[in-house]
Design a binder for this molecule. Structure first.
Ligand SMILES: [Zn+2]
Length: 103
């Protein structure tokens, strides 16, 4: 049988609503127009510098809507709202997208 997509009235079926996340899990990575080379344990890695925005793979803009086609994506570094250089507009967008959970 072919897989089908079913939508549920979550007000009528609260158990289904609890089991199924409201939004698909999206992985947000750090992205920034500037980068800096950092050394840790003798290994050099590129890290974002300045304001760090959130971006998903394949997106041409950041979560806050800034065009970022030429910016580097830092795949080893998920976007973290707790970092002081995190873009506040991106933080708000990501938290909204994740259902107000902390990222
Ligand atoms: Zn941003």
């Amino acid at each position: 049988m072919a897989p089908t997509t079913t939508t549920y009235d979550t007000t009528r079926y609260p158990r289904i609503a609890a089991r199924r996340p409201a939004t698909r899990t999206v992985e947000w990575f750090a992205s920034s127009p500037h980068r800096v080379l950092r050394r840790r344990n003798g290994e050099a890695t590129w890290a974002p510098a300045g304001t760090v925005h959130a971006r998903v793979i394949g997106a041409s803009t950041t979560a806050c809507g800034v065009p970022a086609m030429t910016w580097r994506m830092f795949f080893g570094q998920p976007f973290r709202s707790i970092e002081p250089q995190a873009c506040r507009a991106c933080v708000e967008h990501v938290q909204e997208a994740k259902g107000s959970r902390r990222v």
